[in-house]
Design a protein around this ligand. Structure first.
Ligand SMILES: C[S@@+](CC[C@H](N)C(=O)[O-])C[C@H]1O[C@@H](n2cnc3c(N)ncnc32)[C@H](O)[C@@H]1O
Length: 396
């Protein structure tokens, strides 16, 4: 598992890569010496590999949404000062320069910043974009910025806890009324059925070469379902309207607010099916509008009433809400173009047979792990019919 994901964007087994070399961050232009915690060293080391950036940039839904959002706001960005928090290869900074920014402060603590500087130079943008190699928390610049752009979202939005660094930058440098890209984020959850997965990983053990291997079932359930799974689930697997776990206004959210997010839920199943788990996804929007209550029933993330650029399958890649308060939305919902985030699935150990209209209720709590604040502790309580269960897991 670790090998498979070692250079994928966010390893489900964490950012703990084998023996990372010590990161020595010398004071550079605008950055004072950084003192990394060990866990941050592994985190930033993971971002020094080309594979992780290739995966992100090739995720067209993601990169198109950012490019479109930056160009959509070109009138605002023109002649302004931008900060790109976590610039990686520098791609978003370059979009901002193309949109007419006067100055872009591109900041990244990973060694990828060295490459970003070369990319900027090769594109003759060194007079507009300054790449600062170091943590944004250690940056020293002596001007305020008009725009902050950042791609900070982790699996199930909050894994990786990078938003805290964006909040730090916002509170320190963003001018009052400045623009945050993205501006809003929403985390959703819905019960799902997934008979195929259950049969592949669990039912398989009932009879192997004609041998009764049911004794393996408890171990198979534990190994397959103990940790959250990163998978793309088909929209048809979703059993109800989504529950909103958390809405984030990037203009005002505080670090404290993100330490624990919690939601109670009560939904009814739209069909008769075994409940196999809960699927979590998010969307972010780039603009001035907060999610309205009515969006959930009408267009939210489980409907295609958007207009926008289409991919080869006719799916909208960049979703622009087709209503007057247009804004660009990057959605990782099961019915959207798949992204490298896929969806995060919390499988239950024992499925519950639910009937159409049967209530599924409970609560979900995500909190930053004390072991490593980039990890998430997940406490899920769910009940349906006469069954009531609790599932604890950690996304590390
Ligand atoms: C998800 S990547 C985005 C890269 C690039 N903006 C893009 O869209 O392709 C996030 C980047 O943020 C950087 N990063 C995370 N936290 C940071 C911090 N506190 N200070 C500086 N860079 C940070 C990581 O090293 C990583 O390169």
């Amino acid at each position: 598992m670790r090998d498979k994901y070692a250079h994928s964007r966010r390893s489900p087994s964490g950012f703990v890569l084998p023996a990372p070399p010590p990161v020595v961050v010398a004071p550079k232009e605008g950055v004072v010496a950084s003192s990394f915690l060990d866990q941050d060293r592994a985190y930033f080391h993971a971002y020094s590999h080309v594979g992780i950036h290739e995966e992100m940039i090739k995720d067209r839904a993601r990169t198109d949404a950012y490019r479109d959002a930056i160009f959509f706001h070109a009138d605002y960005i023109r002649d302004k000062v931008v900060m790109d928090v976590g610039c990686g290869t520098g791609i978003l900074s370059i979009f901002c320069a193309y949109a007419g920014a006067r100055k872009v402060h591109a900041v990244d603590a990973s060694a990828i910043a060295v490459q970003a500087r070369e990319v900027v130079k090769a594109n003759n943008l060194s007079d507009v974009i300054t790449v600062h190699h170091g943590r944004v928390e250690d940056l020293q610049i002596f001007e305020e910025v008009d725009v902050i752009v950042s791609e900070w979202m982790g699996y199930m939005l909050l894994y990786e806890s990078m938003l805290g660094s964006v909040i730090y930058a916002r509170d320190r440098w963003l001018k009052p009324g400045g623009l945050m890209l993205p501006s809003f984020a929403t985390l959703y959850m819905a019960p799902i059925t997934n008979a195929e997965k259950y049969s592949e990983c669990i039912d398989f053990w009932r009879s192997v070469y004609g041998i009764d291997m049911s004794a393996m079932l408890p171990l198979a359930k534990q190994c397959s379902f103990e940790e959250p799974c990163i998978e793309t689930v088909p929209a048809e697997s979703v059993l109800s309207w989504p529950i909103v776990i958390k809405q984030i206004d990037c203009n005002t959210v505080t670090v404290r607010e993100l330490e624990t997010v919690k939601a109670d839920f009560s939904v009814s199943s739209i069909m008769m099916a075994p409940l196999h788990g809960f699927c979590i996804w998010f969307d972010v929007s780039f603009g001035t509008r907060v999610l309205q209550e009515t969006d959930l029933q009408s267009d939210s993330s489980l409907d295609s009433s958007f207009s926008g650029e289409n991919d080869n399958n006719g799916n909208s890649r960049t979703k622009k809400r087709a209503n007057p308060s247009d804004c660009i939305v990057l959605s990782t919902a099961p019915d959207s173009t798949p992204t490298h985030w896929a969806q995060t699935i919390l499988y239950v150990y024992d499925p519950i047979e639910v009937k159409q209209d049967q209530e599924i209720s409970g609560s979900i709590e995500l909190s930053q792990s004390k072991e490593n604040p980039r990890f998430l502790n997940i406490h899920l309580k769910y009940r349906s019919g006469n069954r009531e269960c609790v599932k604890e897991s950690v996304m590390r």
